[in-house]
Design a protein around this ligand. Sequence first.
Ligand SMILES: [Cu+2]
Length: 159
Amino acid sequence: MKPVNYISSIGLVLSMLFGVTSSMASDTASKAIMVQNPHVREVPAGQPNSAAFMTLMNHSGVNHAVVSAESSVAKVVELHTHIKEGGMMKMRRIDKIDISANSKTTLKPGGLHVMLIGLKEGLTAGEKVSITLVYEDGSRHEISAPVRKINMPMKKMVH
Ligand SMILES: [Cu+2]
């Protein structure tokens, strides 16, 4: 093999490697998922918990999932869903929230939500809460969710 051919084939291999790397980078979950209408339930000071809701849209052909969430307003942040048990709606912690390829998952009162446990202070409508979503591939997405008044019977908030 002549040196010129050898060098050009290295160049080909390198360009293939970089091509693969850049296409993978553009497919991270945080780039594929669009977060719409994030909001957090208003709670008075002294109320220990609140919840965040939003719509997660997956604009890729790959299944993604939120595997955890973080926020500085609460001591613990968990992913929750509601299940019906003995005629009562109860909240349950779940490991992940799936967002299937080319579809959307809606977090809403009475269903999936990001639970904010052990609030450091009350949350007043108009304030903004920073929440970081962590996806299954380790990519992260920081969102700013406005606090809103959401009417929700407290008896339905049993854990
Ligand atoms: Cu909950």
